[in-house]
Ligand binder design. Sequence first.
Ligand SMILES: C[S@@+](CC[C@H](N)C(=O)[O-])C[C@H]1O[C@@H](n2cnc3c(N)ncnc32)[C@H](O)[C@@H]1O
Length: 257
Amino acid sequence: MSNKVKIQTTQDGSPTLYSSTYDQTYHNPGGAVAESRHVFFERSGLEDQLKQDDPITILEVGFGTGLNLLLTMDRHLAHGERQPIHFHSVEQDPIQTNIARELDFTPFLEHGTALDLLPGIFENLHDGYNKFSFWDQFDFTLFKGAFEDYHPDKLKADFIFHDAFSPDVNPELWTGETFEKLASLCSRKAVLTTYCAASAARGAMCWAGWTVARAPGALGKREMTVASLDASKIEAMGLEQVNNERLAHRYEIEDFD
Ligand SMILES: C[S@@+](CC[C@H](N)C(=O)[O-])C[C@H]1O[C@@H](n2cnc3c(N)ncnc32)[C@H](O)[C@@H]1O
């Protein structure tokens, strides 16, 4: 599939892309950077972890513009490049290098260096695993291909950024099997976050063994979703759980169709 995209400016001034293939933007039109920071950095607890020195492994589903990588790199540079970070992402339809060159996230980054590196990532990508090493302690692996074909070796992520298009247009990334596979690719205490609060998506997570909770969404959106395989992690985050058993059952009997 070739995903046709056009640059748009969101309300916080940061750029996003509109995909005519999916008839959807890559981020909330209210603010691409504001949404990413809220969903993947603040609500997951990653923001605090990026101030420590322990190694962190991140797995993103849907690389898109690369914004989440840029924000992670920026925190890494701000913290003196000391923390080992392994960032993995999956993308079946990478954007063109010339589009990446036009995505100007400069006002949102402390360190422009991260942005300078972005276009180079999209040049010469081959199918499968593309490995990059930016600084001594920061490596990045981009799997070019469908998530369904992604079978990394020994990956144990601490944070999962589930950043697909919405379930109605991108259903294959919101199935119970997808969340089962994600469960096999992360540590027990890993935290998965997504902007999506749809019951069917939460049901698929519950069915796959995740403990699912609601959290306030970005930009005035009522809810987003936070999940972990370890219920005590969710309790420690002080979040209100959904009715996990009931949603898993509804998913099982296909009550969401
Ligand atoms: C909402 S956009 C990603 C937003 C991205 N994280 C960003 O910050 O720009 C979803 C992305 O998932 C990719 N995608 C959709 N279905 C996929 C699949 N089955 N496997 C891999 N990538 C997929 C799309 O091409 C798109 O780039």
